[in-house]
Design a protein around this ligand. Sequence first.
Ligand SMILES: C[S@@+](CC[C@H](N)C(=O)[O-])C[C@H]1O[C@@H](n2cnc3c(N)ncnc32)[C@H](O)[C@@H]1O
Length: 218
Amino acid sequence: MRWIQMDDSVFEYVQRHANPSHDPVSEQLAATTQERWADRAGMNIGPDQGHFLEMMVAITGAELVVEVGTFTGMSALWMARALPEHGRMVCFDITDQYLDIATEAWDAAGVTDRIEMVIGPAADRIAEYDFDRPIDLAFVDADKPGYQSYLDLLLPRLSDRGVIVVDNVLWSGAVVGDEAQDESTVALRAFNDGVAERDDVVAVMLPIGDGVTMIRRR
Ligand SMILES: C[S@@+](CC[C@H](N)C(=O)[O-])C[C@H]1O[C@@H](n2cnc3c(N)ncnc32)[C@H](O)[C@@H]1O
């Protein structure tokens, strides 16, 4: 049974009833991203997803968080703030061209020293990275054709109760049916179908943002 039609007014109501409903650092980061990278500012996660990721880090007690796809640092900001003092994040992105904007926001939130940025193709960099403990939470939000390899690389590196959160799995609904045949949509469809068929994971797809799937080892 589906109860909610998420039109703009309901979505706006949802946003207003998060607590805190205003967050100056992420709001400034969104504004700076819009100003400097207007053509791709939509890649930042929104506050609804930010609250969700922050809550995930807090309630899982995550001490090591990995992010694949950092851009101007919005999702990293939300997650890093929820880490304990000794917690850390390792963020992978293919480019450092957005890092100045990210660092400004992370500095404003006082979390820069919790975040290590690793630059290069994420699949290669994750494969060679020496994580000195299991990963408690991973957030995947990079190139869609790479999703399968990120899942394959991250799953065995998870802690026993570790979770991988995968973004954009609904891709504005384009994954439904087979009309859209561009590379990202085809890759996401195959990824989603593959996750649903595996018998070594437990997964749930949630209609937050552009759709997220939470995956843990069975
Ligand atoms: C959707 S954005 C990430 C948005 C970010 N999570 C946020 O909330 O602001 C995707 C990012 O993935 C990065 N990316 C694309 N292909 C990549 C690859 N092969 N390896 C690592 N990063 C990649 C892009 O440079 C971009 O910064």
